[in-house]
Design a protein around this ligand. Structure first.
Ligand SMILES: *[C@@H]1O[C@H](CO)[C@@H](O)[C@H](O)[C@H]1NC(C)=O
Ligand SMILES: *[C@@H]1O[C@H](CO)[C@@H](O)[C@H](O)[C@H]1NC(C)=O
Ligand SMILES: *[C@@H]1O[C@H](CO)[C@@H](O)[C@H](O)[C@H]1NC(C)=O
Ligand SMILES: *[C@@H]1O[C@H](CO)[C@@H](O)[C@H](O)[C@H]1NC(C)=O
Ligand SMILES: *[C@@H]1O[C@H](CO)[C@@H](O)[C@H](O)[C@H]1NC(C)=O
Length: 510
């Protein structure tokens, strides 16, 4: 069995950063680049834990959606999958709330089982639970199959955040009509890209949802709103805070990798050192694999053992650094690195050899989204980052997108459509009822909202939190800060619902 990166949003497109080595001044001395793979939740070789139906009960349904909500062309429709649980719902007569998780870039069942918070709190709110799937992921494929949906830029052009939000809006409106539940308030939830969707949906469809909990939602990771080094600096600091020698070993490893790869028979030797199933095709492929491990570890640096992307111990970065620092005295840098990343890729000890996800042209939904709307500039600072130095190069990125998808990105579209610049002022006067929750260990936190904007647009920030840990189900090992954070979220959501009910009552009594 072999495993490879699974993840959340990554940002680089394959061809963008590939070789051209010495032509880039920042590529010295290592000649490799930070990950050129857009981060994804479900990598090709990932082994996410199969949904456990005993744990959460839901019914799976399908709903017919227009392919294009924004034109009146007579286009084919597609079936959107959604999961529903009404066990605890107190129903329309008591205006029972509807908790809607905004499905993101992957199979919705996987998000459902990794979003225990919604399941945990639904009973006390008497809430219905809904998990609609994002179009072009899981089983919600336009054109009848994944193969057809991902054929080319024409068939993929309906894969956008705007269409996904419209899917949610149309679905919930129709469902409420079917259940005579028009008076039931909807609360949105989302983590990561799903959190971005939840926040944007509250802003775009205030008549449909009373509020949104947007966890680890990097809605500011666009254009120049935050510095492009932010993401890799946070990853690097997560390693440095555990051990500066661990940070140094990783920082030095890229040039060790390059010089090893340059040797005669170097690629074969590297394949052996890293116990790869097949001979390495390029040093960059190995660099990407290592980069993925570090970036994803920073996202899932949870204080207790978890299974989100991979089976991992609690405090996995501490574990990784312990392996790197604790390798036998005479270990080479690369042997130390191998021992370290084994914590990520082989924690269960069941992997016989490592399979690199080295098909750079694999069609992936997030790659398409990153090449159209979701252009998130990323750099790696030569001093503060442990990754190879890299300056964001938009024209190289654009060329990669043209090559992979025959599409030209629109880097300013997201802020035009949803805002982002001067968000403090804009949301203060024109928005309400959004919680932005973030853990500062999460590399995506740097692109999120970390300060309270108004009475009703609030930021819940935890020093020790990682990628949307608050959305996970509560456990016996939860630290106090996490228990407290969730309690605040529950209180705030209760406040939105109380307000809604007060207003309804006032209207009826008029
Ligand atoms: C994409 O494929 C469809 C179906 O095969 C075809 O009609 C369309 O012209 C293609 N578009 C491009 C841009 O190649
Ligand atoms: C509402 O009911 C109609 C008619 O039975 C059905 O076709 C549709 O899928 C239902 N809507 C949802 C969201 O399930
Ligand atoms: C994974 O871990 C097990 C147990 O430590 C070890 O026997 C095996 O060789 C490791 N696999 C790889 C590819 O390193
Ligand atoms: C990086 O560090 C070097 C050496 O310490 C220093 O000269 C340089 O100014 C630093 N660059 C930045 C961008 O901080
Ligand atoms: C924002 O306000 C809430 C209370 O409404 C508070 O719990 C939280 O700590 C504040 N966040 C920040 C980042 O100050």
């Amino acid at each position: 069995m072999a495993s490879a990166p699974v993840s959340f949003l990554l940002l680089f497109i394959t061809t963008v950063l590939l070789p051209s080595s010495s032509s880039s001044p920042t590529s010295q001395p290592s000649d490799v680049f930070p990950s050129n793979k857009p981060p994804r939740f479900l990598g090709k070789h990932s082994h996410p834990i199969k949904p456990n139906h005993q744990q959460y009960r839901y019914e799976t349904r399908f709903f017919s959606q227009p392919l294009d909500h924004f034109s009146f062309l007579d286009l084919p429709r597609f079936r959107q999958r959604y999961l529903i649980n009404t066990e605890h719902w107190v129903g329309p007569s008591r205006s029972g709330p509807i908790f809607l998780y905004c499905g993101n870039e992957g199979d919705i069942e996987w998000f459902a089982v990794n979003t225990g918070f919604v399941w945990d709190i639904a009973p006390r709110f008497g809430a219905m639970i809904l998990f609609p799937e994002h179009r072009y992921y899981g089983e919600s494929m336009p054109f009848g199959s994944r193969e057809e949906a991902y054929r080319n830029a024409t068939t993929l052009s309906y894969l956008t955040a705007e269409q996904a939000l419209a899917d949610f809006a149309v679905l919930i409106t129709d469902l409420k009509k079917n259940l005579s539940a028009q008076g039931c308030p909807v609360v949105l939830f989302g983590g990561s890209y799903g959190g971005m969707l939840a926040a944007w949906m509250r802003l775009k469809y205030p008549h449909i949802a009373v509020g949104a909990l947007a966890s680890s939602a990097p809605i500011l990771q666009f254009e120049d709103i935050v510095p492009p080094e932010t993401f890799y600096n946070i990853v690097s600091n997560s390693f440095k805070r555990e051990s500066s020698s661990c940070f140094d070993t990783i920082k030095k490893s890229w040039s060790a990798l390059t010089s090893e790869g340059r040797k005669e028979d170097g690629l074969r030797q590297l394949s052996k050192t890293f116990r790869l199933c097949r001979k390495l095709k390029s040093v960059q492929a190995l660099a990407d694999w290592l980069d993925s491990a570090y970036s994803y570890l920073a996202m899932v640096n949870y204080p207790y053992p978890s299974n989100f992307l991979m089976p991992l111990p609690g405090h996995p970065i501490k574990e990784l650094c312990r392996k790197i620092d604790g390798s036998p005295e005479d270990s080479s840098i690369l042997e130390r690195i191998f021992n370290g990343v084994s914590v990520y890729y082989n924690y269960t000890g069941e992997v016989e050899c490592f399979q690199l996800d080295d098909d750079p042209h694999g069609m992936d939904g997030w790659n398409w989204q990153a090449c159209t709307e979701m252009v998130m500039p990323m750099s790696s600072d030569r001093n503060t980052s442990m990754f190879p130095a890299y300056d964001w190069d938009y024209s190289a990125f654009r060329e990669g997108c043209r090559m992979d998808f025959q599409v030209t990105p629109r880097p300013k579209w997201i802020t035009t459509e949803f805002g982002g610049h001067d968000i403090g002022h804009v949301l203060k006067f024109f928005g309400s009822n959004i919680i932005f929750s973030n853990g500062l260990l999460d590399p995506w936190s740097g692109g999120s909202v970390l300060e309270n904007i108004s009475e009703t647009i609030i930021a819940l920030v935890t020093e020790e939190g990682a990628h949307h840990i608050d959305l996970r189900s509560s456990t016996m090992e939860d630290p106090d800060w996490l228990v407290e954070q969730r309690a605040t979220e529950i209180r705030v959501i209760q406040g939105w619902l109380d307000n809604y009910h007060r207003k309804m009552k006032a209207t009826f009594n008029m």
